[in-house]
Design a protein around this ligand. Sequence first.
Ligand code: M6R
Length: 365
Amino acid sequence: DKGNHRHFMAKEIDEQPETISHTLSHYVDMASETAALREGLPFDFASLPRLTISACGTAYYAGCVAKYWFERYARLPVDIDVASEFRYREPPLMPNGLSLFISQSGETADTLAALRYCASQDQHIASLINTLESTIARESDVVFPILCGPEIGVASTKAFTAQLTALAGLAVAAGRARGVLTPEAERQLVHALVGLPSAVSEALRAETQIMEIARHLSRAKDVLYLGRGQMFPIAMEGALKLKEISYIHAEGYPAGELKHGPIALIDEDMPVIVVAPSDELVDKTLSNMQEVAARGGRIILITDEVGANAAGKDVAEIIRIPQVSSFVAPIVATIPVQLLAYHTAVAMGTDVDQPRNLAKSVTVE
Ligand code: M6R
């Protein structure tokens, strides 16, 4: 049921404050502000040599963000691949390593094949799943649920933020188990997670401004999304969302790679969406943005108050998100990229919930 919404995608974007809060209540203990692990683990985070993540599409981008978190907050080295590449590379894996598969549907053929390869290589098999009655869930040693409810729109939205929320909780739990996080550091990270539902509600308030920006975006042929660090996967996710439902060509690029090629594409007709909330890397990203501005590119900057003040005058539009800890900023910055894709598609009149050539669950390789 779409309720008062025109599309399932709009409903699923809107319900994220509630779905995130639901996911959180599983992964953190709100009262003590600590990470909670409710699943019995068949492995020990403390002695893990390495974590290998495989997934497809949006689920892969969630894994890319999680790589930053596990490496930063748990000092756990992470390899991440799209499942369709991983499975044929047949990488050597250390016995007793942990392999994690992220899938909303639990039925994606390439992800399942990657899982079966890892199972044959003596890995512990964990999955992060929405549809618990699924093949990937059945074949896993431990299943971490994302608990966002059924997702109907082909373009994944609330499953992505639920995947990120669950992964954030797991990264904090791993950081504690590995002795990396002091109790106070853990409390601060969990405190930031607990603030997510209200930060996401606030981010959703930019919708009217985004509708206006989307009217311009719907006339573009190509759109470039830039991000650095943990915002790079959000740039890729924004580009994927736009491609899927508006059929406009878009690319997510690491901001620092711009001058190694793609800057040649920049002219007045190329909107460039820069995802750069304030963090320790924001100045670098903003200087890449200035290079785009100097070549006439039309910049739409997604940032917070501090980032907006540092941005200078070269920006056509600033979409503001609330000021949050850099730990959870990728989740909050996801909201505007979802809304931009959605309203661009609506402005173009495409079939938002059932885009051409796509299926909700990709069960063929
Ligand atoms: O069900 P899964 O999470 O395994 O699906 C993976 C991708 O097919 C999926 O995320 C796809 O990229 C979405 N259409 C993205 O919006």
